[in-house]
Design a protein around this ligand. Structure first.
Ligand code: IPE
Ligand code: IPE
Ligand code: MG
Length: 261
C-alpha cells in the first residue's frame, strides 16, 4: 500500500535506479522547468523524530535551502520560488516565528557572497508590513546587492499568502479603473498577472512539496493554474539532490496539454 502510494506520489518508475551523475546527464537531454516553486515542509517533524526542538529542524532546513539553490542554479533554472513563511505561519508560537524571521539575517552573513558570485537575483515575495523590520532589512540587503544580477531569480516567499496577494492586486486594479487609467472590460488575465508579486516572472512550470502533505497551503494560487505538481514524502531537511533530480526527471516525462488534445 505504502509502495503504491509512493509510486503515485512521485509518478516515478526510475526511482533509486540511476546514480546522481546519471540522473544529471538524463536531465540534460530535455528542457528543464523555467520556474520551480517549492513548498518546503517537514522541518518540525524532522526535528521531532530526533527528539530535537522544532528550531533545530529549521536550521537543518536552511542548509537544504542553500543546497537546493546551488542545484537549481547549476541546472540553469531561470526562477526558483521558495515558500519560506506563510501568512498563516504567524499563528505559531512567538519564539518559533522569531527564529524563522531571523534566518534571513544569518543567511545574509553566510550566503550573500556566493549568490552574488553566482549572478543570482534575490527578491522577496510577501507582505512587507507583516514582516519584522530586521527581516526586511536583511532581505533588502540581498535585493540591493544582487539587483543588477542577470542569472537565476530567487524568490523568498516570506509573510506570503496567495489570497492576500490576489486581494491586493484587485485593490490596485480597482484604483486604476477609478482613476480612469483602464476600463473594466480591459481587465485581462495579463492585467491580473501584472499586479501580482510575481509580475514579470513566468508562471511556475513545476511545484514541489515535501513531507507527504498533498496540499497547496495558499501558495501561488493564480500562478499554478497549469503547473505540474510533484509531492514527495521526504521531509524538507532530507530533500536531497537525488530527490530534486527525480522531481525534474518526472516533470520531463509529463505531457502538458493546457486543455488541448
Ligand atoms: C516547514 O516546516 C517550514 C515552515 C512552514 C516555516 P514545518 O515547520 O511546517 O514542519 P512540520 O510541518 O511541522 O513538520
Ligand atoms: C506551508 O507549510 C508553508 C511553508 C512551507 C512556508 P505549513 O506547514 O505551514 O502548511 P500546513 O499548515 O501544513 O498546510
Ligand atoms: Mg508544516
Amino acid at each position: 500500500m505504502i509502495g503504491t502510494f509512493k509510486k503515485w506520489v512521485s509518478g516515478s518508475t526510475t526511482e533509486q535506479v540511476l546514480s546522481e551523475q546519471e540522473m544529471y546527464e538524463q536531465i540534460q537531454k530535455h528542457p528543464v522547468p523555467e520556474h520551480i516553486g517549492i513548498i518546503m515542509d517537514g522541518n518540525g517533524r524532522w526535528a521531532k523524530k530526533r527528539g530535537l526542538p522544532r528550531t533545530a529542524g529549521h536550521a537543518a532546513g536552511m542548509k537544504r535551502v542553500r543546497e537546493t539553490i546551488r542545484i537549481a542554479n547549476d541546472l540553469g533554472i531561470k526562477a526558483l520560488t521558495l515558500y519560506s513563511f506563510s501568512t498563516e505561519n504567524f499563528k505559531r508560537p512567538k519564539e518559533e516565528v522569531e527564529y524563522l524571521m531571523k534566518l534571513p539575517i544569518e543567511f545574509l552573513r553566510t550566503d550573500l557572497q556566493e549568490l552574488v558570485d553566482r549572478n543570482v537575483k534575490v527578491q522577496m515575495l510577501g507582505d512587507k508590513e507583516k514582516t519584522p523590520s530586521y527581516t526586511q532589512s536583511a532581505l533588502r540587503e540581498f535585493e540591493v546587492q544582487t539587483e543588477h544580477n542577470t542569472g537565476m531569480i530567487l524568490n523568498f516567499a516570506i509573510s506570503y499568502g496567495s489570497r492576500d496577494e490576489i486581494l491586493q492586486a484587485i485593490r490596485e486594479i480597482i484604483e486604476e479603473v477609478e482613476k480612469g487609467n483602464i476600463d473594466k472590460d480591459q481587465i485581462t488575465e495579463q492585467v491580473m498577472s501584472d499586479h501580482l508579486l510575481t509580475r514579470g516572472i513566468p508562471d511556475p512550470d513545476l511545484i514541489i512539496r515535501s513531507s507527504g502533505e498533498i496540499r497547496i497551503s495558499n501558495f501561488l494560487l493564480w500562478q499554478l493554474a497549469y503547473s505540474e505538481l510533484w509531492f514527495t514524502e521526504e521531509l524538507w531537511p532530507d530533500f536531497s539532490k537525488k530527490v530534486f533530480y527525480q522531481a525534474i526527471l518526472d516533470f520531463q516525462k509529463r505531457n502538458r496539454r493546457y486543455g488541448a488534445v
